[in-house]
Each structure stands twice: as C-alpha cells, then as structure tokens.
Design a protein around this ligand. Structure first.
Ligand SMILES: NC(=O)c1ccc[n+]([C@@H]2O[C@H](COP(=O)([O-])OP(=O)(O)OC[C@H]3O[C@@H](n4cnc5c(N)ncnc54)[C@H](O)[C@@H]3O)[C@@H](O)[C@H]2O)c1
Ligand SMILES: [Fe+2]
Length: 387
C-alpha cells in the first residue's frame, strides 16, 4: 500500500438544531468571548439572529462581524481581524458559506499568532497558535469546515490560498436547518462544486488514498441522490441533510487527495467574470471528464456505478455513462451548460487557457497531463456547439 497521511477535524457534530447550541461548545473550548463571522446576505434573511440569540441566552454573547464579501478580499479579512482585536475576543465562530468560513479561519490565525496576512499564503507557512474555532456551514458545497485551506482574493482577478493543518477548526457543526432556505441556484452550484470535490479526490494522482476514496464515494452517493430534491424542494430536510453531509465528506476527501484540472480551469472564470465558484466548476466539468477519459476511465467507471445505479457495459461504456449522467444532472438543476450560455466571450479562451496553466499546484493532481493546447481544447469544448 502507498504510504499516506490523513488529517481532519477532531470533532464533527451533525444534528438538526445544533447551531443553536454553540454556547456550550464555546465553553468546552475555553472561549469566553467569541467573534461571530458572517455575511450581510445571511443577516438580511434572518438566518444568523437565532444563533446570536442562543449564544446570548447561553451566557456567551458574541461580537458580530457581518461584512464578509463573496470571494473575500484581503480587506475583509483585515477588517474582521481588527474587529476581533479591538474587542479582545478569544475564539472565532463562522456561520456562512465558504467565504465566511475562510475569513474566520485566517482571522483565528491572525488573532492567535503574530504573523501578518502576507506571510500566511502558501503551504505550511502558518506558525504558532490560533484562537479556538468553530465552523458552521450554511451552504453544502466547499467543505471548508473540514479543509485546511482558506481562499482569499488578493488582486483584481487573483486568489491565493493559505494551506495549513492549523486551519482545521476544533469543531465543525453541520446543522441542515441552516440550509433549508438556500436558493435553488446557489444549492445547484454549490452542490455541483461538492460533487467535483468528490470526483477529483477519487482520481487525484499524487495523494489518492483509501480513506479519501471511501469518503469520496459516499459523498458522491449522497450528493447525487439528493441534489435534485434539494434544488427543487428546498425545504426537504432529509435532502438538505444528505447534501450537507455529502459536501462535508467530499471536503474531507479532497482535503487529503487534492482537486485537479476542473478547479484549475474553473479559477480563471471566477477571477475574470466573477462567476460563482460552483458554477465555474460545473461549466468545465463535462469537458475535463471527457479529456481525462484515456487515463481515468477505470476510476470514472467505478464512480458511474454510484451515480447511475445499475449501469452496465464495459469500462469505457460505464465511464462514458458518468459524463452523460453529469450533463443530465447539470441540466436538471437548471445550470447553464456552456461557457457561451454563461456569457464568457469566445475570444477570451486563449487568455483563460494561459491563466489555467498557472494553476500547476492543482494540475499536478490531474490523472492526465494538461498542457496549454489541451487547456484551450477543453475550454473550446466547454464553450459550446459553435466553438
Ligand atoms: N476553504 C476551502 O477549502 C474552499 C474550497 C472551495 C471554495 N472555497 C471558497 O469558498 C467561497 C465560496 O463559498 P460558497 O460557495 O459556500 O458561497 P459564499 O459563502 O460565497 O456564499 C454565496 C452566497 O450564498 C448566500 N448564502 C449562503 N448560505 C445561505 C443560506 N443558507 N441561505 C441563503 N443564502 C445563503 C450568501 O449570503 C452569499 O450571498 C469562495 O471564496 C471559494 O474560493 C473555499
Ligand atoms: Fe471547489
């Protein structure tokens, strides 16, 4: 067996209503005064107020930072850290999607240690301690609650990652009730993002391992079985619970067997056109799967058996069925199927291909080598019929 390392969070709580019991969780972590990080959209729909009220009632009033922007820029991280520093908080809670959780992770490090933000980027650059941290996802997508990564927007079109086991929280709280009102479009995009995490972890070239494989398989089963219901009948608690757990398991998988060409080709689309992360993945997914086929068909065939129960035929036929099933799923959850439909200008494709090649950190995990001409071919295929 190949040697491998697997890291994840020390505690995962998966229970309806568990976001209303954070005071006790804080106390057990030695927190007296938590900073609660969230975004203005979640405040506007009233999702966070009951969590704040429950913290109050439990004798653990939180300092609120509710200004997280999507794809959070450095200024958001600095503002949240300043809010925590000025008020002397001793723990950090995030209630939100990947954006809020990623901000909270970096803030916990900034407040617990002495490094500036600029020193944290890259792999294993975080030194020393961080404040105790609890992450509560409200999207079923990024899996950030169980990944050692935070993604921060550092320029007009660029993102940078902080990657360190210190970014794993002390506790991840999965409360499906928080996702009942997630709009259909966000449910679809973030759900496909999670499915991509599972698929890319399962075919990850360098760090694929037996634990990630099992997590990825169960994640894909849960996500595939529940995404349509979650999109079209959002208040279905069982479907929401399946999605939230599926996204979390996929997060545990790709935290240890990293994502690859789908994410590498998706990032430039987010950077240049501010297309949401999940949709960028969905737009290039079928074309990357088709490109990877010569090297990944046996693994795709295994995944097809999960997504298309009862699928028959040889390896090639079953692997092809995975791509057909993914295309059908993208259509069923009403996501645009082509770059053209998403408004990406055709003349930009060469520039996007150049940008994607910068993501070597991800491309090395791809089951098939991707060179510049391949990236352009994949974007052309993803562009749509006329490209
Ligand atoms: N840390 C990681 O491992 C990791 C992995 C992948 C992506 N990311 C990052 O995560 C971010 C994307 O996160 P995301 O996709 O979870 O979305 P998000 O946090 O950016 O939120 C997207 C929108 O959905 C809304 N929303 C969230 N939960 C809701 C709910 N329950 N009901 C109604 N509206 C809700 C938010 O208000 C926001 O407007 C990006 O910055 C991406 O780069 C991080
Ligand atoms: Fe992702």
């Amino acid at each position: 067996m190949q040697p491998f390392v697997f890291n994840t969070v020390p505690q995962l709580i998966c229970e309806s209503g568990s976001a209303l019991a954070l005071a006790e969780r804080c106390r057990r972590l030695g927190i007296d005064k938590p900073l609660l990080v969230t975004d203005p959209g979640l405040m506007a729909i009233g999702l966070v107020q009951p969590v704040l009220a429950a913290l109050d009632a439990g004798g653990m009033p939180a300092i609120l930072f509710d200004q997280v922007r999507e794809d959070p820029p450095e200024a958001t991280v600095e503002a949240a850290a300043a809010a925590g520093r000025e008020t002397g908080v001793d723990g950090v809670i995030a209630v939100g999607g990947g954006s809020s959780m990623d901000v909270a992770k970096v803030v916990a490090v900034l407040l617990g240690g002495s490094q500036p933000l600029s020193a944290l980027y890259g792999v294993d650059q975080v030194e020393g301690a961080r404040l105790p941290m609890i992450l509560v996802p409200t999207t079923a997508g990024t899996g950030s609650e169980v990944t050692p990564v935070a993604v921060i927007t550092t320029g007009e079109t660029t993102k940078a990652g902080v990657s360190s086991a210190l970014l794993l929280p002390d506790v991840a709280v999965l409360d499906p009730d928080l996702t009942l009102g997630l709009p259909p479009g966000v449910t679809a995009m973030t759900g496909v993002d999670a499915m991509v995490h599972a698929i890319e972890a399962y075919t990850s070239k360098v760090k694929k391992n037996p634990i990630s494989d099992n997590l990825a398989r169960e994640a894909l089963r849960l996500l595939g079985a529940n995404i349509r219901t979650a999109v079209h009948s959002g208040s279905d608690r069982e479907a929401r619970a399946g999605m939230l757990l599926g996204a979390c398991l996929a997060g545990q998988a790709f935290a240890n067997a990293p994502v690859a060409a789908v994410h590498a080709l998706a990032y430039p689309l987010g950077g240049h056109y501010h297309i949401p992360h999940g949709l960028t993945n969905s737009l290039v997914l079928p074309s990357v799967l088709a490109f990877n086929m010569p090297d990944a068909a046996p693994l795709y065939a295994e995944l097809a058996e999960i997504l298309v129960p009862g699928v028959s035929g040889g390896v090639e036929a079953r692997a092809a069925a995975l791509v057909v099933a993914i295309r059908a799923l993208i259509d069923d959850v009403n996501l645009p199927a082509t770059l053209q439909a998403a408004g990406v200008p055709e003349q930009d494709l060469p520039m996007l291909a150049e940008d994607a090649m910068l993501q070597q950190r991800l491309l090395v995990n791809n089951p098939r080598e991707v060179v510049l001409a391949d990236a352009l071919d994949i974007y052309r295929a993803a562009y749509g019929a006329t490209a």
